[in-house]
Design a protein around this ligand. Structure first.
Ligand code: NCD
Length: 295
């Protein structure tokens, strides 16, 4: 395992699969409370989060570590104009590992460059979100028993969605076949689009093993009206799944706005809350790997 986890691109396939195996070993999150005893994890969130921050905190607690941190940039010295580099130098003196979320693409790498302790990228602007991808892969593997050969349709705002930006290259490396269903004009960035077929939602619903639905990332749009216009363009509901005879499992990194209708929630296909629950075991694997390597 590398010192920081900024992108899955920095890991080889074996290291990714090892992390997933390790996450599977933590499926029962209880009983590991001495593993990281005496360690301190800092959750430094400069952007809103529910699942990522709290599942990292739960994971740290489950392993016996203690947690410090913040969840609102306005309560930190960032609000006084402190540079990220200075914040990171200071946090490294307080904690053994920093889980960092920044609104800026590349923010995690910038923070890691000066950090004396491991940094985990918990989402950097429209950049990447590697631990969400591990959660996604873990959920697929738990359901299908494999990743290789799965057709995974990524649906929604593929331009700004960092979860998709981390997931698509990982799927390709592990032998799955991503398909793209972009919301109005919000296709994959050029660097990722090559070799990923664009299909409509009906085709994806009938042919894919997984519909990975994402929201329009409103906060990344310079013009809120453009985000508004893109919303509602692709929407997965019960009628679509029934009409297309879909056998797909529906995943979503959450939060959901209106791109997966509530009438999907009761279907066996709906796996997004299970996916969110898997966040704890996966982040236990990440914390244990990084902190045990450094002990
Ligand atoms: C995602 C994120 O923050 O990128 N949320 C998450 O971590 N589960 C997805 C999103 O905000 O749409």
């Amino acid at each position: 395992m590398t010192r920081h986890l900024l992108s899955l691109q920095g890991l080889d396939d074996r290291q990714i699969l090892d992390l997933l195996d390790r996450a599977a070993g933590f499926a029962n999150v209880r009983g590991h409370g001495r593993r990281l005893e005496g360690r301190i994890v800092c959750c430094a969130f400069l952007e809103p989060s529910t699942r990522t921050r709290l599942s990292f905190e739960a994971a740290a607690h489950r392993l016996g570590a203690r947690v410090i941190g913040f969840s609102d940039a306005r309560t930190t010295s960032a609000a006084k104009g402190e540079r990220l580099e200075d914040t990171m130098r200071v946090l490294g003196g307080y904690a053994d590992l920093v889980v960092l979320r920044t609104p800026e693409t590349g923010g995690a790498a910038r923070g890691a460059a000066v950090s004396k302790v491991p940094v985990v990228n918990a989402g950097d602007g429209s950049g990447e979100h590697p631990t969400q991808t591990l959660v996604d892969l873990h959920t697929m593997r738990a359901h299908f028993g494999r990743i290789e050969g799965l057709r995974v349709a990524v649906v929604g705002d593929l331009t700004h969605g960092r979860t998709v930006h981390s997931l698509v290259p990982a799927l390709r490396r592990l032998g799955a076949k991503p398909l793209a269903v972009p919301a109005a004009g919000l296709g994959l960035p050029d660097a990722l689009a090559d070799g990923v077929p664009v299909v409509d939602l009906e085709t994806a619903a009938s042919e894919a093993h997984v519909l990975y639905v994402t929201r329009v990332q409103e906060e990344r749009f310079p013009d809120p009206a453009a985000a508004q216009a893109a919303r509602g363009h692709v929407r997965v509901d019960r009628e679509l799944l029934e009409r297309t005879g879909s056998k797909a499992v529906v995943l979503h990194p959450l939060p959901r706005v209106d791109e997966v209708a509530a009438d999907v929630d009761g279907l066996a296909a709906a796996k997004y809350f299970e996916q969110a629950r898997n966040g704890v075991a996966v982040r236990m694997a990440v914390l244990a790997s990084l902190l045990e390597a450094g002990s």
